[in-house]
Design a protein around this ligand. Structure first.
Ligand code: GTP
Length: 514
């Protein structure tokens, strides 16, 4: 089976390509895995932040609920102790800006209640805000009022709110909701009075209204519960965000947007957004935050990109894969080069051995084995050829006279001279001690005879010079031209017979079978 000899660079290039493809595959799989892991971690992070936000707000609503319980469970004579009770509960919150006691006062008691509060808080005055303008006193005394009768903590900003009574329609609706449901109400986004009333001031707060019912009234149906006031918690949304950011410091940063979907939220539904938040780019997660009467949608967004560490890891994998491919290709190149060198050497050696098998080791011409094989082939192929058998005349005396080594040199020289005179395709062989043979491409007896004569003369004319001796060597040649039906043995016998004739006729002669 013949072996395919690929060009020298085929295997290294193939190995390098396979390595490169494998590397790209691994990088692609790793990249997909990282993208998937990033998505998972993003959604997990979003969920965790929402839960944290929910627990912070829930905790504050409960804190405010306990403030409401203070008024519900304490006789009105002891309500002045609100400042003793509240600081303890406020310790647990970081986003409650103020806790207000909004007392319900019927129209006929407005003045007396204000007078009492003035005694308790010097400088106290009833006031409200209408169209962002502060109105001192009661703009009308025919309707009941919910008035801020106490506030905690008593910072300068908070104290300005003492005596405030809301007049907006939305407050009436909150009261109606508390009376109807009996549970707390969370407002939409509002501008905190603590920050001012100007329209340029950002709305960063929400209010949590906790109803306070008359504990002495036995009517348990929600519709008829007598509401005696409300505890309002003023919450700063940005404080929650800061707290969430603080808790998740060191985690992957997520952009955040909070949208209020609740009652009266249309005016200012966007509760909070950070400056990098984008609705159109990257990964998005929508989570819900449930408040007593409304739902906030918390949207998270993050870049859908690999982090620099992940890019570095992928680059290292790619680089290592590339280097490995180069290394493998180099190893293959070296191994293949070695293989080629070895197979070339093997071919050379095989050729040399083949030559040795068919070569006469003294003269370098073909040996008996080669001669026999060639004549058989030529006979089988019915070639037009002739056989000459050549014997050195009186070679024994050359050996005896000049020594065996000189005899060897004579044989070598004769072989050289014969080869020189024959054509490349002809075969010159040494078939015995001083006996040589020539298989030559000729077309007739005559051509064979001419060649034999040329060979004989060539040797005869060539002077052999050994030390101070100068001698000549002669050949006797017998020959036969191949004819159809002859075997190689027939040719041998006839050529030997002709050689014998040449010897018997006086040597240094050519005799060709007729
Ligand atoms: N130097 C040398 N001599 C060899 C070699 N092989 C055979 N001889 C000698 O060649 C001689 C051949 O002698 P023969 O062919 O019998 O006779 P001849 O002396 O050549 O005489 P004729 O053939 O009758 O002319 C012998 O003395 C062999 O010992 C060889 O390889 N080297």
């Amino acid at each position: 089976m013949s072996k395919i000899n690929f060009p020298k660079y085929t295997w290294p290039v193939a190995v390098f390509s396979i390595g490169l493809v494998a590397t790209l595959l691994v990088v692609a799989i790793a990249r997909n895995y990282q993208i998937h892991a990033n998505k998972e971690s993003f959604h997990h992070g979003a969920q965790q932040r929402t839960l944290t936000l929910q627990s912070l707000i829930d905790s504050d609503i409960h804190i405010l609920g306990s403030a409401a319980n203070f008024f519900y469970s304490t006789p009105s004579e002891l309500w002045d102790n609100f400042d003793v009770f509240t600081p303890r509960i406020l310790e647990y919150s970081m986003a409650i800006v103020a806790v207000e006691w909004l007392e319900r006062i019927p129209p006929n008691k407005l003045d007396t209640r204000v007078e009492a509060l003035k005694k308790r808080f010097p400088g106290f005055q009833a006031h409200t805000v209408i169209d962002r303008q502060k109105v001192i006193g009661f703009h009308d005394k025919t309707t009941e009022k919910f008035l801020v009768a106490d506030i905690m903590p008593r910072t300068a900003n908070n104290m300005n709110l003492l005596g405030f009574y809301p007049v907006q329609e939305r407050f009436s609706r909150s009261v109606e909701s508390m009376e109807r449901t009996g549970v707390a109400v969370v407002s939409d986004r509002v501008r905190l009075l603590q920050d001012g009333t100007h329209s340029t001031i950002d709305k960063t707060g929400v209010l949590v209204y906790h109803p306070v019912f008359d504990a002495n009234n036995q009517d348990k149906t929600a519709q008829n519960k007598p509401l005696i006031g409300s505890v309002i918690g003023v919450l700063r949304i940005t404080d929650y965000i800061s707290e969430v950011l603080r808790k998740f410091e060191g985690h992957r940063p997520l952009n955040l947007k909070i949208v209020d979907t609740g009652f009266e939220a249309e005016d200012a539904s966007l509760l909070y957004t950070n400056e990098y938040y984008s609705d159109s780019k990257g990964l998005h997660s929508r989570n819900l935050l449930h408040l007593p009467n409304r739902v906030w949608e918390v949207h998270y967004q993050a870049e859908d990109k690999l982090s620099s560490d992940q890019v570095l890891a992928l680059s290292i994998i790619a680089g290592a894969g590339f280097l490995l491919s180069v290394l493998m290709a180099t190893i293959f190149y070296v191994l293949d080069s070695h293989r080629l060198v070895i197979s070339r050497r093997l071919a050379d050696r095989t050729q040399q051995l083949e030559q040795l098998v068919h070569q006469d080791c003294l003269t370098g011409v073909a040996n008996r084995r080669k001669f026999d094989a060639t004549i058989s082939l030529w006979v089988a192929a019915k070639k037009s050829f002739g056989l000459l058998v050549l014997d050195v005349d009186r070679f024994k005396s050359i050996n005896d006279t000049y020594g065996h080594a000189i005899g060897d040199e004579v044989l070598k020289t004769i072989s050289y001279l014969l080869t020189d005179q024959c054509r490349t395709k002809d075969i010159v062989a040494r078939i015995g001690g001083d006996e040589l043979a020539v298989l030559c491409h000729v077309n007739s007896d005559r051509e064979l005879c001419q060649l034999a004569e040329v060979l004989r003369q060539q040797v005869e004319r060539n002077p052999f010079v050994v030390k101070e001796h100068r001698f000549r060597v002669q050949l006797s040649i017998g020959g036969v031209f191949y004819r159809n039906g002859m075997t190689e043995e027939d040719m041998h016998i006839q050529a030997d017979r002709e050689l014998y004739n040449a010897k018997r006729s006086g040597r240094n002669q050519v005799s060709i079978a007729a």
